[in-house]
Structure formats: structure tokens, C-alpha cells
Design a protein around this ligand. Structure first.
Ligand code: HXC
Length: 264
């Protein structure tokens, strides 16, 4: 557990709030969950593997006695029914949902020639349809509580990244979904934003894509790989009142990497 967030943020800025996080036991999203818990937010984390979710719930539960942490394994965001059931259980347990992080994602490297139609569809279903399902299932809660949504996108679709056509297409769709919902939900007082992580070290996705991390860091203007804390800090900011007039943005967190374009 890292208390690094308390160097920047006040400890109770999310006191009394509740956040549901799909993919919440994964590397990036569990750090988002941890940061929110440290700042007083109760969380419900959803993941595929029951054991991994249980372990994460146990860890996060140690952080603050006035915050509740629950989790649901076996969650398949591709199924609206599965999402809807877990949202109902979360509301029964924690009373409400204020914040939603749509973080569940699937990824593998495959060139077009070796990617079946079902493989492409699988990633689009998890990343894009899964994000839609999460918002759909939480919508009444978000509307009632004037909540806030953060989608997790990427920078892969800003250029052509080989072996990632499925993920790039899905993430481009997430950006589009986020923009449209920000406009539709604005009058309801519900903010919708996206975080687009760039090269974040020690994540499953990045490890698959880039084996030689030290050389890669030199290509990034900020001269380092991103960390999961960078994504967590962006999450805190976007959910906080400091961002109360911010909706419909894609917050890129990549140390300036994609701005380098062809210079890399
Ligand atoms: C080619 C593959 C494949 C591979 C699966 N498939 N892995 N094709 N290369 N390596 C194909 C299968 O053959 C099948 O098609 C179809 O995909 C569905 O596969 P299943 O195994 O049945 O799907 P499922 O059990 O639902 O598993 C979902 C998955 C899984 C996405 C395929 O691999 C997964 O969850 N991976 C790990 C999760 C992960 O990487 N998370 C980190 C995300 S990071 P056929 O035609 O045979 O039926 C991230 C950030 C992106 O997303 C940014 C990166 C920098």
C-alpha cells in the first residue's frame, strides 16, 4: 500500500462516496481502487478470477476502517445481465454508486493474418461493449447521485500499432462513446471522461508489447515509463471537485510519448 497520494490530496476528499470498478483487481485498476480507498471512497471491484479479487479485497480492506471494500469475481462485462446483477448487489451492500471506472480489458498480440473474426470480436466485446454495459447497468445510480464516469482508453489508435488492430479499434470506440455520453449526461450533472494510459511499466499490456523497457523509456519525452500511480492520480483529479467543469475529455497520461510522432 502506498500513501503517496496523501502528499498531494486531502485524506477525506472522497469520504462517503462509492466507486464501482470493472477490472478492479488488475494492475492499473487496483491501484486506482487503492488511491480512492486511501482518500475515503468505498469501492466494489469486479474481476474475472475469484481468488485474485478476494486477495485484492483483503488488501484494500486493511487501509481504512471507515471505508468498505467489496468485490465480485467471475464477472464478465460482456454480459449485461452479469453487470446488472453485480450493480444491484453493490447497491445493496454499499447503498449507492457515485463513481464508475470502466477498466475491464482484454488483450493479446496478433497480426491480422492470425486474428480470427472471433478474436477481434472478443476484444471489442470486452473493451467496448463491456464499457457500455457497465455504464448502462450503473446509469440510474449515476443519475440519482450526479455521479462521474471514467473510461480507460489508450493512445494505440492515435497512430497504427501493429498486432493491436482489435484493441485500437475497441479503444477508439471507447473514446467515441465517452464523448457522446459526456454530451448526453451533462444536463443530468453526470461527468464522463476518459483516461488514455501510454507506456505504463509493469502492466500486462505493456510487458506484452515492449520487452526492452530501459531503451523504451529513452524514447519518452519525460525520460521514464509511466507508473500505475500516474493513472491513479489522474483518476483522483477527474473524480474530484477540482474537475467539476471537466467532461468529455480524454486525459492522456503518457509523458508526452505520442506527441513525439515520427521522431521515435
Ligand atoms: C490470436 C487469440 C489469442 C492470441 C485468444 N485468441 N488469444 N488469437 N492470438 N494470442 C482468440 C481465440 O483463438 C478465439 O478465437 C478468441 O480469441 C477468443 O478467445 P478465448 O480464449 O475463447 O476468449 P476469452 O476466454 O474470452 O479470453 C479473452 C482474451 C484473453 C482477451 C482472449 O486472452 C485475455 O483475457 N487475455 C488477458 C487479459 C489481458 O491481457 N489484460 C490486459 C489488458 S491491457 P477463435 O476464432 O479461435 O474462436 C490492455 C491495454 C491495451 O488492454 C494497451 C496495451 C499497451
Amino acid at each position: 500500500m502506498s500513501n503517496v497520494y496523501l502528499e498531494t490530496w486531502k485524506p477525506d476528499i472522497f469520504k462517503g462516496k462509492v466507486c464501482l470498478i470493472t477490472g478492479g483487481s488488475g494492475t492499473i485498476c487496483s491501484k486506482q481502487a487503492e488511491a480512492l480507498v486511501i482518500l475515503g471512497c468505498s469501492v466494489s471491484i469486479l474481476g474475472r478470477e475469484q481468488e485474485v479479487v478476494e486477495k485484492k479485497v483483503k488488501e484494500l480492506s486493511q487501509i481504512r476502517s471507515d471505508v468498505r471494500v467489496i468485490g465480485y469475481g467471475g464477472c464478465d462485462v460482456r454480459s449485461f445481465q452479469s453487470m446488472s446483477d453485480i450493480v444491484k448487489k453493490t447497491v445493496n451492500e454499499l447503498g449507492k454508486i457515485d463513481f464508475l471506472v470502466c477498466g475491464a480489458a482484454g488483450n493479446f498480440l496478433a497480426d491480422f493474418n492470425h486474428m480470427s473474426s472471433n478474436a477481434f470480436k472478443t476484444v471489442v466485446d470486452i473493451d467496448l461493449i463491456g464499457s457500455f454495459n457497465a455504464v448502462k447497468a450503473c446509469f440510474e445510480q449515476l443519475r440519482a447521485n450526479k455521479g462521474s464516469v471514467i473510461f480507460i482508453s489508450s493512445t494505440l489508435h492515435y497512430y497504427g500499432v501493429p498486432f493491436q488492430s482489435h484493441v485500437g479499434a475497441a479503444k477508439a470506440g471507447i473514446d467515441a462513446l465517452s464523448n457522446a455520453l459526456a454530451v448526453e449526461f451533462g444536463p443530468l450533472g453526470v461527468r464522463v471522461n476518459c483516461i488514455a494510459p501510454g507506456p505504463i511499466g509493469d502492466t500486462e499490456g505493456f510487458n506484452k508489447l515492449v520487452p526492452n523497457k530501459r531503451d523504451f523509456a529513452r524514447k519518452i519525452p519525460m525520460q521514464r515509463l509511466g507508473s500505475v500511480h500516474d493513472i491513479a492520480n489522474a483518476t483522483i483529479y477527474l473524480f474530484s471537485d477540482a474537475a467539476s467543469f471537466i467532461t468529455g475529455t480524454v486525459q492522456v497520461v503518457d509523458g508526452g510519448f505520442w506527441q513525439m510522432g515520427n521522431f521515435n
